[in-house]
Design a protein. Sequence first.
Length: 99
Amino acid sequence: MSTGQLFNVGQDFLALGGMLGITPGVTLSPSIITSLNDGSSFGSLHLAISASDSLDFSLSASKGFGENGTEFGGRETSSGSGEYLRAPTSAAIQVTKYF
């Protein structure tokens, strides 16, 4: 962790996810991973839109939830450093054009 690399170091997780077809061209996919040991969570949401036979849009977002010192809230980089490293909050938009 002191080199900036972040890995899950805990154990005992519960993961739930699914896909909801809103219309034939629109799907919503939420997912969440929760640490059963400390209660922290990591959630993500993905929306896929097929605008036509040759154009797709994709929107996604993810965020970790929890207090410092928890699996998804942030782990201390080294003992006593007071610096915590967590998975970044992210959002993305993707446009795909087929030709």
